[in-house]
Design a protein around this ligand. Sequence first.
Ligand code: 6PG
Length: 255
Amino acid sequence: GKPPNLFAFNTADELAVGLRAFVIDAQNSALDRHGIFRVGVSGGSLPKVLAKALLGKVDGDNPLDFSKWEIFFADERAVPLDHDDSNYKAVKEELLDKIPTELGTPIVHPIDVKYLDDIQEMADQYEQTLVRSFAARDSVRTPMFDLLLLGCGPDGHTCSLFPGSPLLRDDSAWVLPISDSPKPPPKRITLSLPVAGHGIKIGFVATGAGKKEIMRQIFDTEEGHQLPCGLVNGLGQERVSWFVDYPAVEGVAFP
Ligand code: 6PG
């Protein structure tokens, strides 16, 4: 069915403006609610798009307060933090290193590289990182990120939840290991599906003509609803917003 909140833009610059407003809104309501803003981010093209959204020049006061941000990784590859495949590295280089000091410094939670050779342990440890931040405050069964920023792969994967993966049925943990990711590198950790669908706000970003076939499937077909992106979209309901460019949604009917 039609995504409740679909925002389509002509250019990357316009998408950045729209995404910025969405993030600021999520930040402000989180700060009103509990004085901290807990964000989960993906890799792929997302860190660059996010940096464009957040680092642009603004007239007047900048409402971003990174000193209140706590950044987690929705999925991460089991590689050293300075490896080119590291999502942490992408977020650091695109965004963190460029945040003007007057906007404050976020708390960032990278994976613990002690466990690169044991991804089950790496996933368990990352879950403990979430428990320390979330359970202490809310004592919840499923952590609820204030904002999850996700991508959608051309096969319909999101986080490192791939189509047909048994991980999609695994709700036994908040964070799961994967050792055979079809998108390299193979060894990763990922939020489990119930957690990925449980943000107060969830923003998907999908751009480029390479996404139009998967966008059509996800919004126009029953099978698409069962793909990882479609499942998160369904779990999140009206809490989900899609930020796309026109080439990514060309020909999508949104019935
Ligand atoms: C990863 C990403 C992954 C990504 C999608 C979409 O680490 O592999 O987190 O889930 O979000 O593959 O990537 P693009 O936005 O680059 O198409």
